[in-house]
Design a protein around this ligand. Structure first.
Ligand code: 4NP
Length: 148
């Protein structure tokens, strides 16, 4: 299974989702993350994401931001969007219905059909990042329960 985590900048939310799933995924799975924008291309995750991950025993320092690419529809089986804006921006690029069907809102794994959002923590403080971590940890746990 190849899973891609996507947010806007690929420096706050999706690096956490990437790190959490990578740490729990069965052998042989490939996990990556990307941003719908290329604003932070080449940068490491936001310090607040790195600190939050470290506090939970995860090292995400080695990640580097990259933009989402149309080719990702071929490389990945599941593409998780953090919020509805990400979802719209990704599905807009889908070349066909099968590609579009790979895109899901990540919180729907924990709360099916509710279309809950993972809030953008960029302009807030450390607390927002801790909350994002907890939300993602829950959604990823539920996702893995369906696939192991
Ligand atoms: P992310 O957060 O999408 O969770 O990585 C953001 C990072 C950067 C910006 C916005 C959101 N920005 O405007 O630069």
């Amino acid at each position: 299974m190849n899973v891609l985590m996507v947010c806007l900048g690929n420096i706050c939310r999706s690096p956490l989702a990437h790190g959490i799933l990578e740490s729990k995924a069965p052998e042989g799975w490939y996990i990556d993350s990307a941003g719908t924008s290329g604003w932070h291309e080449g940068e490491r995750p936001d310090t607040r994401s790195i600190v939050t991950a470290k506090g939970r025993g995860l090292n995400i320092d080695q990640q580097r931001s990259r933009p989402f690419l149309v080719e990702d529809f071929e490389r990945f089986d599941v593409i998780f969007a953090m919020d509805s804006s990400n979802y719209t921006n990704i599905t807009r690029l889908a070349p066909d219905e099968a590609s579009k069907a790979k895109v899901r809102l990540i919180m729907n794994e924990a709360y099916p059909g509710e279309n809950r959002q993972v809030p953008d923590p960029y302009t807030g403080g450390q607390r927002g990042f801790e909350d994002v971590y907890d939300m993602l940890d829950l959604a990823i746990k539920k996702f893995l329960e369906q696939h192991s």
